[in-house]
Design a protein around this ligand. Structure first.
Ligand SMILES: Nc1nc2c(ncn2[C@@H]2O[C@H](COP(=O)(O)OP(=O)(O)O)[C@@H](O)[C@H]2O)c(=O)[nH]1
Ligand SMILES: [Mg+2]
Length: 296
């Protein structure tokens, strides 16, 4: 049943959440992997990487994406937890994730959890960021419009671990390539970016790409302060990162336009501009410097 919760799953941001523990489908606690980046040992119960996949009505796209992610992770020397964060999907998204989880074995260097959050992509990402256990936490759209292999560009050794707190994918900076994007979508993105740069994060050419890495420490500083549950959460988390003095780097990626989209280009863009204005107002009022009211 869509939206139904079973043991091993979490409802976060939903009143009367019964169980705050983080459940795994499979017990991997004996498996130990060594990350090449350091001599430190990682296990699937203490992962190096957390991949957070916000998912709304993704039963069609998720099987292929999860298969590609699993194949990639099986070739990596580190342990990963994958968190699919869903909310009230009306299709079989939850069932698809549960089914995939039954195929994860104890020898796999990853776990797969299904979480349920409050509505909105922003709420889903926040939930994953506050629950994730990795040293690095990566936001990853369900459609894999960036091939998963490129996640290595956001991690040591390709990035100097002392050189960044937040690394965001960019489709605009030198070295990035966009494939198959309709002109009107790119144009709308550029108009929105102009507004975002003018009002809250000057100098960032692409705030909206769905692939972003936070170190564990950066995530702990940013996400408790996030207030926006919808599409406008990206500029907000970058704005908070700046306020906190975090080191933000842009990473050029190969990006493939996926025709299927949950975004309504006109209505959602208008709403996102409203959200950007709200972020600016919050900033003027010092909201992000205050202790967050909730840490959900
Ligand atoms: N949990 C959750 N995920 C969402 C919601 N809206 C969008 N997403 C996810 O956000 C990601 C980006 O959505 P997509 O439709 O590909 O947007 P686009 O790439 O901007 O066209 C996908 O993984 C979606 O499933 C939502 O309301 N809740
Ligand atoms: Mg997409």
């Amino acid at each position: 049943m869509p939206g139904e919760t079973t043991a091993g799953e979490l409802q976060i941001g939903i009143p009367d959440s019964p169980d705050p523990s983080h459940g795994n489908f499979t017990d991997h606690s004996q498996t130990v992997f060594v990350a090449t980046q350091s001599a430190e040992e990682y296990s699937v119960s203490r992962p190096f990487l957390t991949i957070i996949i916000p998912a709304y009505n993704e039963s069609q796209r998720l099987p292929d994406s999860l298969t590609k992610i699993a194949e990639y992770l099986r070739s990596q020397p580190f342990a990963t937890e994958i968190l699919v964060v869903e909310n009230r999907s009306t299709d079989e998204t939850s069932a698809v994730v549960r089914d995939f989880a039954t195929k994860v074995t104890a020898s796999d260097p990853f776990t797969l959890d299904l979480l349920h959050s409050a509505p909105g992509k922003g709420a889903a990402v926040k939930t994953g960021m506050l629950v994730g256990n990795g040293d690095y936490l990566f936001i990853c759209d369900a459609d894999l419009s960036m091939p998963i292999e490129e996640v290595a560009k956001f991690l040591p050794p390709q990035l100097d671990p002392d050189g960044f707190d937040v690394a965001i994918a960019s489709r605009e900076i030198t070295g990035a390539v966009r494939y198959n994007e309709p002109f009107y979508r790119h144009l709308m993105g550029r108009v929105f970016n102009h507004v975002v740069q003018k009002l809250i994060v000057p100098g960032i050419e692409d705030t909206q790409c769905g692939f972003k890495m936070f170190t564990r420490e950066a995530a702990a500083q940013v996400f408790p302060h996030q207030t926006i549950d919808g599409w406008g959460f990206d500029p907000e988390i970058l704005y908070i990162s700046r306020i906190r003095g975090l080191n933000l780097v842009e990473v050029p990626i190969n990006w493939y336009y996926m025709a299927e989209s949950r975004i309504n280009p006109l209505l959602d863009t208008i709403n996102m501009v409203r959200e950007v204005l709200r972020i600016r107002l919050n900033g003027v009022r010092g909201i992000y410097e205050q202790v967050p009211r909730t840490t959900e």
